[in-house]
Each structure stands twice: as structure tokens, then as C-alpha cells.
Design a protein around this ligand. Sequence first.
Ligand code: MF3
Ligand code: CO
Length: 284
Amino acid sequence: MKKVIKGFRFTPSNYPDEIEDKIQKYRKQGLKLPQRKVLRTPEQIEGIRASAKINTALLDYLSEKIREGISTEEIDKLAYNFTKQHGAIPAPLHYGGFPKSVCTSINDVVCHGIPSKDEILRSGDIVNVDVSTIYNGYFSDASRMFMIGEVSAEKQRLVQVTKECLELGIAAAQPWARLGDVGAAIQEHAEKNGYSVVRDLCGHGIGVAFHEDPDVEHFGRRGTGMVIVPGMTFTIEPMINMGTYNVFVDQADEWTVCTDDGLPSAQWEKMILITETGNEILTY
Ligand code: MF3
Ligand code: CO
């Protein structure tokens, strides 16, 4: 039976024949496919969109407040209050013991930096602010880079190229493409520009939990990895280093991830929905 699909309306238990046929075809070829439970229903998609809307509004709000002289703890407080005022919950707070509502990662901190009253943003810093929201049980996630005061041309270029890496990764995240295509697009652009891709952390499925299958690596080979199927929702969040891709976790707090060589790292993150014809960016 032929169905006319406008937008993304079907449920995974009632997929249109052309999608079921493709899933079966790839399954027979022995390719890795996502589990049904990570393919979203229309209800879930509505819920995720509502969460994502608050998450984007939060980053817009923070972007007006972030400036030289602010402490990362002040950013955290602003985020907590904004999220609560919108009837939502900051997803990082108490997640696996994480003590704050946002991650703030400055210069050589790759990700998972913990906001602190003693950490003041200074001219020349590049900082990633990573926010994640739970609204009505649905999860969303995004991060942006902010450049404080006068930032060196070198660091500006790192921030810009990392943003391009994310855009290229999103462009490669097409229905029936492979997750390796996403990783390869990001890795090629980073390495062409003389940078490296962090290997130890990846993007992830998200929607009804903070971190779901699959892992979305930011490096890899085209034509490998899981088949990308309509209905998937996942983040792409490349961490790109100016020097080595090796990182370590600060043993003092067991969260902060830093570059081994002390050189700067940048990250941008968005969350996308795979549709029948491409993808929809859910968080900005
Ligand atoms: N937004 C981060 C991610 O992409 C959140 C890290 S977990 C936290 O997974 F506990 F550090 F917040
Ligand atoms: Co994430």
C-alpha cells in the first residue's frame, strides 16, 4: 500500500512500506541498524521539540549574559533559574553525580568543566557552554562556543573550524547513510585544517533519556557503522583540538576533561532528528 507522507508522521510500529522495506534490505545485508526503541513516535518527537525549544531559549539567554568578568558559577545559576522558570529541569544536575546545571569548558578544557565561583572569564578565553534540558520527561542538548574579549586569531580559527565540522557532520547525517559518514566528514575537515578529533568522547542518541544508543563518533570511515534511519534523534558534538587528540580526566573532580598537551579545544553541539528526506536540527 502506498502512503503519502508529509513531514514525519509515522510511528516505528507502523512505518510506511518503503521504510520497512529498506530496513529489511539492510538487515539482510548484515548491516548494523538502530533498535526500534530509539526510533521516535510522533508523540515523542513533539515532546522532544518542546524540550529543545527551552534548551535553545536558554542558550540564547546565556549568550546575552556571558562576558568578561562573569564567573562560570554565575552562568550556572542563570541557567538553573531560567530552566526552573520554564518548568524544566537541568539534565546535568546530579547526573552521575555531576554537581552543577551546565558544563563550562574553558581553553584546554575539552568538556565537562564544572562551574565555579573562582573561575572568572577573561579576555582571550574561549569557553564552551553546554546545556541540556528535561521537559515533561523529554531530553535535549546543545552547546556553543563563546569568545571573550580579544581572542587570538589562532583560537578564533579553531572555534570557526569546529563549527564547520559540526555543520559538515549534520550534512552527512542523512537517512540511509552511515554513522561512519558523519565521523569521516568531521575528521577530514578537522585534519585538513591541522587539528585533531577527540576520540574518547562522542555524540549520542537522546530523547527519552539523556544518553541513548547509538554512540556517534566524530571520526571514522565512510560506508561503515550503523545505518542512519528516519526517526532517530541524536547529538553531533565534535570536540576538536589544536594539538593532540589525547585527553585526560582531572583526578581532583573526576569530571573535567583536559587536553594532554594543554593546547586549546573547541566544541559545538546540536541535536537532530533524521527524517525521510534529510534531517531537522532540533537545538541551536
Ligand atoms: N551535554 C553533555 C553531553 O553531551 C553532558 C555531559 S554529562 C554531565 O553529554 F553530567 F557532565 F553534564
Ligand atoms: Co551531548
